[in-house]
Design a protein around this ligand. Structure first.
Ligand code: SF4
Length: 341
């Protein structure tokens, strides 16, 4: 199955991002003060992904929340004493927080923010697929709906996917992997595990181009290449480091390069620059020669999170995430395996 994101939806979301007002400094301070007060009054905490607007990331840090990848976001929700979790990211992240913390209130700045991997793996079709291979362990990526997680034996994020599959392979298990085909291929190549793949991809990472990246490397031969494993295999093969968002940030600090070409969502540049202000970072190319349309290394759904809708959500206590109890109980099993692995 290919990505099932209808073009009109993608265009609409891209338009929303382009129309988003830039904050002027007065506006910014007013918004931030208001959100800080609301969080204090409601015993709330911000949990934000590396790909969201850098002002949301900054505010999350200023209020002692958590800016991280989806694995740490899930863990932080369990560790914090706050009653209210405000998750800036995409829908599956809010659902994961709710499943792991059913007693807490989970809000999101927008309920429109989803993910092409989640959309590309509908629960009913995935069930039919799994039913064909009853002897296989079902391993799904965190970027899936609560219903799909409830069907899985394991949920993994990109930071532990390799280790989990290696572990299962060492036990002689055969695997169904879903939904990201590029990450699945990367893991299969690394582990030689017996894997059957679902066919979906990320609209952002699928766009990184081998030829473009090679040309860019020629322009900056001294630069290291950092790649998220949701990218195509030929792009991964050019990398000096491959990994999740957290692993990319760590590699940018540890590797002995002064410049990096980065193949992942550009929201991560805020953290990369913060951690290594003396280093230079370039976006990996996303358009092939002759392309009419240039993607922007920015997730259309992550970009829907803004300080404005974050404030509105807190004022109105809207965009609550709810997951049916039966699905929560099933999904907790596979998610708890993930957080305790
Ligand atoms: S960047 Fe890709 S994988 Fe991440 S939320 Fe957006 S569409 Fe999904």
């Amino acid at each position: 199955m290919n990505n099932v994101v209808p073009n009109h939806l993608l265009k609409k979301h891209q338009k929303n991002i382009l129309n988003e007002k830039k904050y002027n400094s007065e506006n910014l301070q007013t918004l931030k003060s208001s959100i800080k007060k609301l969080l204090k009054d409601k015993n709330g905490v911000l949990i934000s992904h590396y790909y969201v607007d850098h002002e949301i990331q900054k505010l999350t840090e200023e209020t002692n929340g958590c800016v991280s990848d989806s694995l740490q976001m899930a863990k932080f929700g369990q560790e914090t004493e706050a009653d209210l979790l405000v998750v800036s990211g995409v829908k599956f992240m809010g659902e994961t927080s709710k499943i792991l913390n059913p007693e807490k209130t989970v809000l999101m700045p927008t309920l429109e923010a989803t993910c092409s991997l989640d959309l590309g793996c509908p629960a009913e079709e995935f069930k039919k697929f799994c039913d064909q291979f009853p002897d296989r362990e079902v391993v799904v990526y965190a970027n899936t709906s609560a219903e799909v997680k409830a069907m899985a034996d394991w949920v993994v994020t990109s930071s532990i996917a390799l280790d989990v599959v290696e572990h299962l392979d060492s036990l002689g298990k055969k695997i169904i992997w879903a939904p990201d085909k590029h990450l699945g291929k990367y893991i299969e190549t690394k582990t030689q595990a017996d894997m059957i793949m679902w066919d979906a991809s990320c609209v952002v990472h699928d766009e990184f181009k081998f030829q473009g990246l090679k040309k860019m490397k020629k322009l900056h031969p001294e630069a290291g290449i950092l790649v998220h494993p949701e990218s195509p295999m030929e792009v991964i093969e050019l990398a000096d480091a491959v990994g999740s968002t957290s692993q990319i940030i760590n590699a940018s600090k540890k590797l002995d390069f002064k410049k990096f070409i980065v193949a992942t969502d550009k929201g991560i540049f805020y953290q990369l620059k913060k951690e290594s202000p003396e280093k230079e970072f370039f976006e990996a190319p996303t358009a092939g020669d002759g392309a009419q349309c240039r993607s922007c290394s920015q997730c259309p759904w992550m970009g829907l999170n803004s300080l404005e809708n974050l404030e509105k959500t807190l004022i109105e206590m809207k965009n609550t995430i709810n997951v049916p109890e039966k699905i929560t109980l099933e999904a907790q099993k596979s998610l708890n395996r993930m957080t305790s692995f």
